[in-house]
Design a protein around this ligand. Structure first.
Ligand SMILES: O=C(O)CCC(=O)C(=O)O
Ligand SMILES: [Fe+2]
Length: 215
């Protein structure tokens, strides 16, 4: 938001991990949310992910381009309705390249982004510490947040141990992690229900990660 009393500065949270508060303006947030509402519809729509342990993730998810399941990628929803995953829109590729350029500077290489993994956090949803390690590319992960604020915990590649940094991700924030932080453990211990911008029209939180499959 532009009218904050204390503007939040961009910050490098760990080597190669950059937080850009308020990167998406209100109109861009509304457009991305409207697109997500369309993409979330069946077939290959919003679903609950069952882990090999038998538990269910508390977030609900859908993918574009490649379908993520524990632990790999497929072109169809192999652990759901079996439908082909929806195509990855070129617009999201442009958004990802712009995000990487914003985070690392214009000289950054611009690989072909081909995955969107979208997670919806209702009140009480969370995500344990994990690595995004199923891609065969070391291109940075681009994370965009809409709706409720969350606590995003960002650690290191060595394990689910301290040190880590808790960052507040708000609606419109960009977080990019690549380089030495590409395989860092991270998670979302909690969201803050009711903190979404009133004008957005979203109850809960959406996170969109854009990735390069290398597949
Ligand atoms: O919701 C977030 O901010 C992070 C999501 C995440 O880590 C993932 O989808 O792998
Ligand atoms: Fe992740």
């Amino acid at each position: 938001m532009h009218d904050e009393l204390f503007p939040r500065p961009a910050a490098e949270i760990a080597p190669g991990a950059v937080h850009i508060p308020g990167w998406l303006d209100d109109a861009a947030q509304r457009r991305l949310l409207a697109d997500c509402r369309q993409w979330a519809k069946p077939p290959a729509g919003l679903r609950t992910v069952r882990m090999p342990s038998g538990g269910e993730m508390s977030v609900r998810s859908f993918c574009l381009g490649w379908h993520w399941f524990p632990y790999g990628y497929a072109r169809t929803v192999v652990d759901g309705d079996g439908s082909p995953v929806k195509p990855f829109p070129g617009r999201l590729g442009e958004l990802a390249r712009a995000a990487v350029a914003r985070a690392y500077g214009r000289q950054a290489a611009a690989p072909e982004y081909d995955i969107a993994l979208v997670n919806f956090y209702a009140a009480g949803s969370h995500m344990g510490l994990h690595r995004d390690a199923d891609e065969k590319s070391d291109a940075p992960v681009v994370s965009l947040s809409l709706g409720d604020t969350c606590v995003f915990r960002f650690g290191h590649p060595g394990g689910r141990t301290r040190p880590w940094t808790d960052v507040e991700l708000r609606s419109g924030d960009l977080f990019v992690f690549g380089g030495p932080s590409r395989l860092a453990y991270h998670g979302v211990p909690r969201t803050r229900p009711g903190t979404a911008p009133p004008g957005l029209g979203l109850t809960g939180r959406l996170n969109i990660t854009l990735r390069v499959s290398g597949l």
